[in-house]
Design a protein around this ligand. Sequence first.
Ligand code: DGL
Length: 255
Amino acid sequence: MASPAIGFFDSGLGGISVLADAVKALPREDFLYLGDSANAPYGVKAPDEVLRLVRNAAGGLARMGVKALVIACNTASSVAASVLRDEYVFPIIALEPALKPAAESGGTGAILVMATPLTLSSKSYRRLHARYGERAVPLPCPGLMEFVEREELDSPGLHEYLDNLLSPFSGQQVDAAVLGCTHYLFLREAIRSHLPRGTRLMDSNAGVVRQLIRRLEGENLLTQSPGPGKVEIVSTGGRDKAEQMERMLRRYSER
Ligand code: DGL
C-alpha cells in the first residue's frame, strides 16, 4: 500500500523553501503542500485570526490523510503549534527563528532577528528571546513577504525597503541576521547586500528537515516505496498561485 504524503503548510509560498530541502533529503516520499495565499499575509493579523486559519488548513490536510505535518511558517508555528499538537496524533514539526544557534555560535555583536510582527510579539518568541536574546535586536518586517509573493527578489522597491530597515546598522558590529520568516530565504542575496560584510545569515530549514526525518524514523512512518515520490501543491489563491509555487520550487531547488 502506498504511504500517505507528508503535509506542508504556509500562508503562501515561503514554505516552499523548506519543502525544497525536504524533497532533496527524502526523495522517495510524497509531499502535499498547502499555501493559504487567499488569507496571506498572516504576520500582521491578530493571533486568534491566525489560529483559526491554521486550524482550518490543518483540518483540510488531515482530511486528505497526511502522515505528518510541517508548519513551514514561523508565524503560524508561533501561535498554533502547541494547539495543533493537542488536536492531532500525527507528528507536527514547527519552526522558530534560529536565534538559539545564532546566539550559541559565538561573537559579541548584535543578532538581528527579522520576522513578522506577529511572530516577534508571540509568547513563544518572547520565551526564546528571554533565553537567548541578550544580543538580539528584533526587527519586525511588515510588508516584506509581499515582495516574495510578487516575485520581486531584486527590485528597486525591495532595496529601498531593506535600506530603510538595515541602514541603521551599517558600521555597527552585527554577527548574524536571523531569517525568521520562511519567505525571507528567497531574499537572501538582497538582504545580504544591505548588511555589514561578514554578517552570518541564519535560518531554521536544515534543523526542521532533520527533525522531520527523526520523527518519521522514530514513528516508523518512512515510506517503503522505491520512489521517486510526487509533490502536489495546492493554494487557496487558485491555480495561478499554485503554478507560481511550482515554479519557485524548481527555481529554489536548482540553487
Ligand atoms: N512565511 C511566514 C513565516 O514564516 C509568514 C508570512 C506572512 O504570512 O506574514 O512567518
